[in-house]
Design a protein around this ligand. Structure first.
Ligand SMILES: Nc1ncnc2c1ncn2[C@@H]1O[C@H](COP(=O)(O)OP(=O)(O)O)[C@@H](O)[C@H]1O
Ligand SMILES: [Mg+2]
Length: 271
């Protein structure tokens, strides 16, 4: 998929650290010494156990949180606040959809803010309603939709705003297994067509291998960092039943367990 890589929309992270609270309080660092280059058009997955700092890192990239130290560049410019070039998809779509707007109005909201003409708005929302498989539901309200459908609306709304970079924080974590699988397939299809840079957070090894061109594995907080990078060379759409898929799964899982064992061992030495 190297044809998908663009020199633009590249995220460059060097020696990034994040601590909550003010410098005076000694709360410790959640993230420490994160180094990462995510190329334009790449599908990058951040994989790590719950509480390791994945959302924190994604929120720093989004510009919702300030970093404590290090450098964070997008197209060689420092990221210090949210921008239209980046959009976040959250785990719970209810947090981002307006209940009083129907699906089409929800999807067109950002375009309306940008003063896009009604005709153009309709053209764009039509396209993305179709793309996420919601044709025929445009006039429904969020309360009339299943969780999976709401997540599709959230995705369509984000895509309609045409951000260069999609930041996805365990977006399918709350869905049932079957809906989740179809959303994963849909996302791969959309990414192949729309050629966005995707940074996708998950704690699920299988999801990471299904989606990512590269997987960055994070250690636990405090002082969490990306300690391992995997390149996934399997062709899309990926098949979880192949030997190659399973081999990689086992390799990552073994590494995960080893990391856990190392932590317990270190704690025993200290305690
Ligand atoms: N606003 C905050 N203030 C203080 N600590 C926080 C805040 N947000 C997250 N943390 C802490 O940072 C660590 C990482 O959290 P988070 O990034 O949400 O992990 P993950 O998304 O991997 O589950 C946790 O220990 C969490 O308690
Ligand atoms: Mg999180």
């Amino acid at each position: 998929m190297s044809s998908n890589l663009h020199p633009v929309n590249t995220i460059l992270i060097e020696h990034l650290a994040k601590r909550f609270g003010s410098a005076g309080q000694d709360t410790g660092h959640v993230l420490r010494d994160i180094n990462l280059r995510i190329s334009g058009g790449e599908f990058f997955v951040l994989l790590g156990p719950s509480g390791c700092g994945k959302s924190t890192l994604l929120n720093v990239i989004a510009g919702f949180l300030d970093k404590t130290a290090g450098s964070l560049l997008l197209n060689n410019e420092p990221i210090c606040k949210p921008g239209r070039d980046r959009a976040m998809v959250f785990q719970h779509p209810d947090a981002s959809l307006f209940p009083w707007l129907n699906i089409r109005e929800n999807i067109e909201f950002g375009l309306r803010m940008k003063k896009v003409t009604p005709g153009e708005r309709q053209e764009i929302s039509d396209k993305f309603i179709k793309l996420v498989g919601l044709a025929g539901h445009a006039n429904k309200f969020p309360r009339e939709l299943s969780g999976g459908m709401k997540q599709r609306v959230q995705l369509a709304r984000v895509l309609a705003n045409d951000p260069a970079i999609l930041l996805m924080d365990e977006p399918f974590g709350a869905l049932d297994a079957m809906t989740r699988r179809s959303m994963q397939q849909e996302l791969v299809r959309i990414w192949t067509q729309a050629k966005k840079t995707v940074v996708f957070v998950t704690h699920d090894i299988q999801e990471a291998i299904l989606l990512g061109q590269r997987i960055g594995v994070m250690s636990k907080a405090p002082d969490a960092t990306i300690y391992k990078l995997y390149e996934v060379k399997l062709p899309y759409p990926r098949d979880i039943t192949t030997k190659e898929f399973n081999d990689l799964y086992k390799k990552i899982e073994a590494n995960f367990l080893q990391e856990e064992a190392d932590i317990v061992y270190k704690e025993k030495l200290i305690g």
